[in-house]
Design a protein around this ligand. Structure first.
Ligand SMILES: [Ca+2]
Length: 213
């Protein structure tokens, strides 16, 4: 009898433990449900951000710092020292290998909306990896996301050999209409200074002129 009483008691304790564990498990499942089914909004983010997208690529293996500078119509130049304008934003300044968790050497600027007028895309060879410097190829791509269909289309692509440290070049000047349509005869690479460093150099020249006078 005593033995039976003990085994009944054990059964009750065992059942309680099982019930507790089960209750815990069910509560956890209920708590986890919202995380198991994320909102569908996040799943449908295949629409790329921005409307005019300017991308710059260079050799991933080289610790060379190249800067992308862009300017939208009626806007200020956007690059590493001024990452946001009215229309364009530079996503990040890639410094080469230094402080870079991504394996690619890549800079990108996005515009919000499309203004009609002339766009400028420049590259500036900022820092070399070794001396003497071995020229490096910079690849520049321009894409437009159609504001109606949200489809992304590449409109311009070219490669430039960069040989001189500190030199900035205009890779593309091009004109778009409101719908992002490229005016083919507008494409040229007439140099326009965009990087803000030029402001300082202009000031320096002025100061030099002042001190010489
Ligand atoms: Ca850079």
């Amino acid at each position: 009898m005593e033995n039976n009483g003990l085994s009944n008691e054990n059964d009750v304790v065992f059942r309680d433990v099982i019930l507790l564990a089960l209750t815990g498990f069910i509560s956890m499942v209920i708590l986890l449900i919202p995380f198991v089914n994320p909102p569908t909004e996040e799943e449908s983010t295949s629409i790329p951000p921005g409307n005019v997208i300017v991308e710059l690529f260079w050799d991933d293996k080289r610790d060379v710092d190249i800067d992308l500078w862009v300017q939208a119509p009626d806007d200020i130049p956007v690059g590493y020292s001024n990452k946001g304008g009215i229309f364009f934003n530079l996503l990040r300044d890639d410094l080469g290998i230094y402080k870079d968790n991504s394996p690619v050497n890549y800079e990108v600027s996005y515009s919000r909306g499309i203004s009609d007028g002339v766009y400028i895309a420049n590259v500036h060879l900022y820092r070399e990896d070794k001396t003497p410097f071995k020229p490096i190829i910079a690849e520049l791509l321009v894409s437009v996301v159609d504001p109606d269909s949200n489809k992304r289309k590449q409109i311009l692509k070219t490669s430039k050999k960069l040989e001189e440290i500190g030199k900035e070049i205009t890779v593309f000047q091009f004109e778009l209409d409101k719908k992002g349509k490229l005016k083919k005869n507008s494409i040229n690479n007439k140099y326009v200074m965009l990087r803000s460093g030029n402001k300082d150099s202009v000031e320096l020249i002025n100061n030099d002129e002042l001190s010489n006078n």
